[in-house]
Ligand binder design. Structure first.
Ligand SMILES: [Fe+2]
Length: 174
């Protein structure tokens, strides 16, 4: 597949559907450099940022932007599938079991810059962590589009149903 060097091209390719190789092949072809990403990057010292690039009923493309040391909340998917690629920096994903309301770490994986991963509902509760010294940027595809997820509230020790939301939306027709 031809290398995808711009967000415009990525949107166009997504309108064509996953193709024979599926979304992993599409992600493999993505090579967005700093300049191509720059207009879409948003970082915040209080929380990692979710930035929507593309959105339909069947697939959504979102960038997540992480300051050094930032950790996401423990959550799971509502029957969605997620593909991702680490565009800058590096992450760790921790997978948990919830036992009597307490998260117990089952295992974790490191994803260095350039690596790709795939998450489905069977993997259950998990969270992302920026493990690099600098900022981390990840590109995610979700199919079906995630509308809610279950988030573990560390203060109340309860699982809460939340609407999935983004901090910035750049979705526009390809
Ligand atoms: Fe996730």
């Amino acid at each position: 597949m031809e290398t995808i060097k711009s967000v415009e091209r990525l949107r166009y390719n997504l309108t064509l559907g996953p193709g024979y190789g599926g979304y992993s092949e599409l992600l493999k072809a993505v090579d967005l450099d700093k300049e191509a990403l720059q207009p879409f990057l948003h970082f915040d010292p209080h929380s990692y940022q979710r930035v929507r690039l593309y959105d339909t009923n069947v697939v959504e493309a979102v960038l997540t932007c992480w300051e050094p040391g930032q950790i996401g909340q423990i959550h799971d998917f509502h029957n969605s599938l997620g593909w991702f690629k680490v565009l800058q920096g590096a992450i760790e994903i921790e997978h948990f079991n919830l036992e009597k309301g307490e998260p117990k770490l089952r295992f974790s994986y490191d994803y260095p810059g350039g690596s790709q991963g795939f998450l489905n509902d069977d993997l259950g509760f998990h969270r992302f962590k920026n493990t690099s010294q600098g900022r981390t940027v990840i590109l995610h595809f979700y199919a079906d589009k995630i509308r809610h997820w279950e988030v573990y509230n560390e203060a109340s020790h309860k699982i809460e149903d939340r609407q999935a939301s983004v901090h910035f939306n750049y979705d526009q027709p390809a």
